[in-house]
Design a protein around this ligand. Structure first.
Ligand code: HEC
Length: 181
């Protein structure tokens, strides 16, 4: 054997040594977790999910009358910025994508002259807009009036909806008494 062959053999052996020790180290660092019973490890239900997760918070929504008692029409006026792409709020305001909303509180549903309501909304024309049903509609328009053409996801915050209902009620010559808790 000449010197060159020894060098090559030496290089090969030391490479093997490095690879083997890397393998050992990674075996220690990433120790495979052996399941108690051979087979697949199925993810177990998280205790939070099993006990209902966030559901209790949603169930704890206060009635609209309670929220109205602490509502602020001025805050509601700020919150309706999201509606202004489609609605006007001032007296004599025009219809846009949606009907004008001046005096909508206790107005009959689908009753603005010349506005093309959806069949779904027209189906409710015998009802008026109350605090309760405005609250429900604004929470999730499509859930409250399936088939409505109001393309708006809804206002998720219960207190903010109360502010908006209080503001809508203020848009009238003589605002109506709001329900009391
Ligand atoms: C993307 C446009 C759009 C946005 C944003 C929008 N609306 Fe509407 N809204 C409509 C349309 C369209 C209708 C008519 C729905 C129908 O006929 O089904 C409507 C109907 C309504 C009605 C019923 C009016 C009536 O005369 O019966 C109320 C109340 C209302 N919207 C309030 C709001 C409020 C408050 C907001 C903001 C939080 C809002 N909307 C955001 C388009 C919109």
């Amino acid at each position: 054997m000449n010197i060159e062959l020894n060098k090559i053999a030496g290089a090969g052996l030391s490479t093997l040594l490095v690879v083997m020790s890397l393998n050992m180290i990674s075996g220690i660092v990433f120790a495979p977790k052996k399941p108690a019973v051979p087979g697949f490890d199925l993810p177990s239900l998280e205790p939070a999910a099993a006990s209902g997760g966030a559901a209790p918070a949603a169930a704890a929504e206060e009635p609209i009358a309670v929220r109205l008692a602490k509502a602020d029409p001025a805050r509601g006026e700020k919150a309706v910025g999201a509606c202004k792409a489609c609605h006007t709020f001032e007296k004599g305001g025009a219809n846009k994508v949606g009907p004008h909303l001046y005096g909508v509180y206790e107005r009959n549903k689908a009753s603005v002259e010349g506005f093309g309501y959806s069949a779904a909304m027209k189906g409710k024309a015998s009802e008026t807009w109350t605090a309760e049903n405005l609250d429900q509609f604004l929470k999730n328009p499509k859930a409250y009036v399936p088939g409505t053409t109001m393309a708006f996801a809804g206002l998720g915050k219960p207190d903010q909806r109360a502010d908006v209902v209080a503001y809508l009620n203020s848009l009238a010559e003589a605002p109506k008494p709001l329900p009391k808790p």
